[in-house]
Design a protein around this ligand. Structure first.
Ligand code: DI6
Ligand code: FE
Length: 411
């Protein structure tokens, strides 16, 4: 009698970090197995509880050699699409200028805007593609990408199109975020309200009409936009039916965390200066705290994000690269895991929840990915480690031994 195998593929001799226990543990299943059908998880458990011998269970068998398999990593906050770099400003800072000084003198975000506008679409695709490839080689399967270096309708739309096109060129899921309210462009230096009106009345409707964004973000900060201006952007997002996120309380307490909570944001990001009242509001409104240790490190911040308060109030914490040329020039999510542990004192399993289950939450994707459970997307990362804590322990070392995207193995 010929048996039709139950599943498309099956991983055996593998230890599973299911991440189904929040940030409390890896949700380990040692000596496990995991099966995939139609790009989704069909079964997982201890290998010795498989319903039949592996060969009878699946068409294709992969031997995991006792390595670890986790959900594919999710980088939930990046500015991956940009042109040029800001190494000159790096030198200026090492000669005494601050990030704010440079921004106020017309450098900073605005210099990247000039370079990004001048670049061709192909150049943007190529440079972002290189950074994306670096992320994928570290086990990443989903990436959020923000606009915000166009700052006019034409170039903001173009950035989002480039971000979407990356999904066609690479085996990855991309979520796009419209960040028109990132900085004041040169042409609007003395009339910020006119620029916010443009963002709300022209850019955002155009982005929504073309279906180019999955969410809307703003930079609420003394060097960027006020809470009142941010509210206007959020109201416009609401009107367009798009969820919001916020760059909040990075350099000062501008009440950004509170504002994110008020609008039921998916996430509030950075949060070094957030107050306990804002954290309580975030918990009530189910807002994820996205911490960005790369920006903290690179800007040599000294004010730590309020980790103990986030724990106390049980706010889910995600970790992301914030990949951008001005405050976090990195494409390594594994390095962020290390920094989340060394700089922010997160426990290794908390940090890992930050790049899997809680990162999925920060993008509104937790029902589909971020943990290993039957029915979820078969996006996996494979790790050549004996202990999952090694992922945050090694510095600048890539322990990835492959990825599975929608059920397809990339060694
Ligand atoms: N906060 C950041 O850290 C980045 N953007 C933002 O809103 C910085 C972006 C840059 O300097 O180019
Ligand atoms: Fe950012």
């Amino acid at each position: 009698m010929s048996n039709t195998p139950l599943w498309d593929s099956l991983w055996i001799n593998i230890n599973l970090a299911t991440m189904t226990d929040g940030s409390h543990s890896y949700g380990e299943i040692t000596q496990g197995a995991i099966a995939v059908s139609n790009g989704r998880i069909a079964w997982l458990g201890k290998q010795d509880t498989l319903p039949s011998s592996p060969e009878n269970c699946a068409q294709q068998i992969f031997d995991g050699n006792n390595q670890w398999l986790s959900p594919g990593l999710i980088d939930c906050h990046t500015h991956l699409v940009f042109a040029g770099n800001r190494a000159k400003e790096f030198s200026l800072r090492l000669n005494g200028a601050s990030y704010q000084d440079i921004a106020n003198a017309g450098g900073g975000i605005r210099s990247t805007v000039a370079a990004t506008r001048a670049a061709s679409e192909q150049e943007l695709l190529d440079s972002a593609g290189q950074r994306l490839t670096h992320l994928l080689n570290e086990g990443v399967t989903s990436v959020e990408i923000k606009s915000g270096y166009g700052l006019d309708t034409e170039h903001e739309l173009r950035m989002l199109r480039v971000a979407r096109a990356l999904e066609q060129l690479h085996p990855v899921s991309i979520r796009t975020t419209f960040l028109g309210a990132h900085a004041l462009p040169d042409a609007y230096q003395d009339r910020p309200q006119n620029y916010i009106d443009l963002v709300c009345n022209e850019m955002l409707p155009a982005v929504a009409k073309e279906g180019l964004a999955d969410a809307v973000d703003a930079f609420c900060e003394t060097i960027a936009f006020t809470p009142a201006q941010t509210k206007q952007v959020f109201d416009a997002a609401k009107q367009a039916g798009l969820p919001v996120k916020l760059h909040a309380d990075q350099l000062s307490d501008s009440g950004g965390g509170m504002l994110a909570a008020e609008y039921g944001a998916l996430s509030a990001d950075h949060l070094e200066y957030t107050s306990e009242a804002s954290i309580e509001a975030m918990q009530k409104a189910n807002v994820v705290a996205v911490l960005l240790p790369g920006a903290f490190y690179y800007l040599r911040e000294t004010q730590l994000p309020p980790i103990e308060l986030l724990r106390k109030h049980r706010v889910p914490v995600a970790i992301a690269t914030d990949t951008n040329p001005g405050s976090s020039p990195t494409s390594s999510l594994l390095l962020m895991l290390n920094m989340a542990c060394t700089l922010f004192r997160l426990r290794p399993e908390e940090a890992f929840a930050g790049v899997t289950v809680n990162a999925a939450k920060a993008l509104g994707l937790e029902s589909d990915r971020g943990s290993l459970a039957v029915g979820k997307r078969a996006d996996f990362a494979l790790w050549d480690v004996a202990d999952m804590a090694e992922l945050g322990y090694w510095m600048g070392t890539n322990k990835s031994s492959g990825r599975v995207k929608d059920g397809v193995f990339f060694g």
